[in-house]
Ligand binder design. Structure first.
Ligand SMILES: Nc1ncnc2c1ncn2[C@@H]1O[C@H](COP(=O)(O)OP(=O)(O)OP(=O)(O)O)[C@@H](O)[C@H]1O
Length: 276
């Protein structure tokens, strides 16, 4: 049946779902992609349609109401749901399906790092926080470790604030500094992709703004996927935005498109603040 805009069956030209592949527009290589991804907590299917592709050196934001599945989706991307949820489908990292049982999850997480909602530095010095993983992997050369500490802290835009107190406890830093330290700790092992789950939700506006500047610098070197409740934040820093609702990614497009002329009515309602 053909539906004209004036037809009683019309919904005003809105689509129910409109996943656009951003790579078709930007031509960037795809670093990470999910296919037929489903996530189950027991009998509850938390993700049942969420196939997205993440272009290299871009920031992609996942937005949507509480309980829509954003964190579940994000956590699946580096298998943080292992043991908690059943995840079916493919998670392709540079073409390799990392959702297969034989994948070495710890090695994979060196390439796909995660920064959590609440800053979680170790109860150790700033220096030891950054070098912890490297030392465990057997790196002992002090010059090498010093170099990684400096480079990582610079990349996370916190070097100037901590360079004179590297041996002091990380727990003495402010919440915003601790979060940037956690980013420095994540980049110290040279990942390819950084996943961030509402990294600014516990931070004040000044720290949030610093964190956002940091992320914008980091995308020169990393591909970033971020869950955020803060729509202004998604609009400020992300290149692409996916809107989640009830376990489905309903729309995925360039951020400017999502915020100015979404094609799906629910996306429009959400970004207009009608629900959330
Ligand atoms: N560990 C868990 N065990 C069981 N169910 C869970 C678990 N974590 C999440 N869920 C359920 O999965 C669904 C999606 O939750 P999820 O936290 O991914 O949504 P979200 O969009 O990130 O929400 P929020 O913005 O509030 O963090 C919800 O129904 C939630 O109750």
């Amino acid at each position: 049946m053909l539906i004209s805009p004036s037809s009683p069956y019309s919904n005003g030209g809105w689509l129910e779902r409109n996943i656009v592949d951003p790579s078709l527009k930007g031509q960037q290589p795809i670093v990470l992609e999910t296919k037929q991804l489903h996530v189950y907590y027991g009998d509850n299917e938390a993700i049942h349609e969420g196939d997205l592709k993440f272009p290299e050196h871009r920031i992609s934001a996942l937005i949507g109401p509480s309980g829509s599945g954003k964190s579940t989706y994000l956590r699946s991307l580096n298998r943080m749901n292992d043991g908690i949820a059943r995840v079916t489908g493919e998670i392709l990292y540079r073409g390799v399906d990392i959702n297969r049982p034989e994948i070495d999850v710890y090695k994979m997480r060196r390439r796909i790092g995660m920064v959590f909602q609440r800053p979680n530095p170790f109860s150790k010095s700033i220096y030891d926080n950054i070098t912890f993983a490297l030392k465990r992997r057997g790196v002992t050369d002090k010059r090498k470790l010093d170099e990684v500490v400096e480079t990582s802290l610079k990349q996370a835009a916190i070097w100037d604030e901590v360079k004179d107190k590297l041996k002091k406890s990380a727990l003495a830093l402010s919440g915003g500094q601790q979060q940037r330290l956690c980013i420095a700790r994540a980049v110290a092992i040279k990942p390819d992709i950084l996943l961030l789950d509402e990294p600014a939700s516990a931070l004040d506006p000044v720290s949030t703004s610093k964190l956002e500047e940091t992320l914008l610098q980091l995308k020169e070197d990393y591909t970033i996927v971020i869950v955020t409740h803060n729509m202004q934040q998604a609009a400020r820093i992300s290149d692409y935005t996916a809107f989640f609702n009830m376990g489905r990614a309903l729309e995925y497009d360039e951020t400017s498109q999502i915020f100015t002329s979404p094609k799906v009515q629910l996306t429009n309602n959400y970004v207009a603040g009608d629900f959330g």
